[in-house]
Write a protein that binds this ligand. Structure first.
Ligand code: COA
Length: 157
């Protein structure tokens, strides 16, 4: 049984994240979507809400679990009995940051590997920060995110 952990802040979850989870669910037996909190980003809603919204958006994918985590990602991955982290690479701009994360996580936990998938190119320009900004300015975000996200962003604006 191969388990992969897909971590992120999902702040909010976008159609690009969903595309990546759908791809992962056809490759792995179990996909754990781990919703964390970034100290650097302003979170649109508390962790519990981001977990619930992410769970609702991904409910159609059968081998996916959504859970919140606090603390080190590598500790969480171990606690799930897993040794694989999944991250998405949208464009070359993501590479530098992702490469840093891989290196740091590998130092912390050499037995844990990170693998990458690319979302469909139609999602390569979506970012959670831009979605939050467009929503805050009253723009239409319905082609970037699922309805539960729109509802939550309205609720927490
Ligand atoms: N489609 C569209 N957008 C995507 C995407 C995809 N497939 N994959 C990533 N993104 C975007 C997101 O929208 C987000 O945009 P933003 O920067 O505007 O918010 C960005 O890429 C990255 O977001 P996300 O995938 O949610 O990850 P993150 O970089 O916010 O998450 C953690 C970082 C949670 C994995 C990392 O901080 C962590 O591991 N934290 C735990 C503490 C820890 O262990 N720290 C030490 C790490 S070495």
């Amino acid at each position: 049984m191969k388990t992969v952990v897909y971590p992120g802040t999902f702040n909010p979850i976008t159609n690009g994240h969903t595309d990546l989870v759908e791809r992962a669910s056809s490759i792995f037996d179990r996909v754990i979507v781990a919703v964390g909190t970034s100290k650097q980003k302003s979170n649109y809603a508390p962790l519990e809400t981001r977990v619930n919204v992410t769970r609702e958006v991904l409910a159609h994918i059968k081998n996916v679990e959504v859970t919140g985590f606090d603390g080190l990602l590598t500790d969480f991955v171990r606690s799930q009995g897993a040794n694989l982290i999944l991250r998405g690479l949208r464009t070359v701009a993501d590479f530098e940051y992702e490469f840093q994360l891989v290196g740091m996580n590998r130092k912390l936990a050499p037995a844990i590997e990170t693998i990458f998938l690319a979302p469909d190119e139609e999602f390569s320009y979506i970012s959670s920060t831009l979605v939050r900004e467009i929503a805050a300015l009253g723009g239409d975000i319905s082609s970037f995110v699922a309805p539960p996200v729109i509802k939550a962003l309205e609720e927490f604006s």
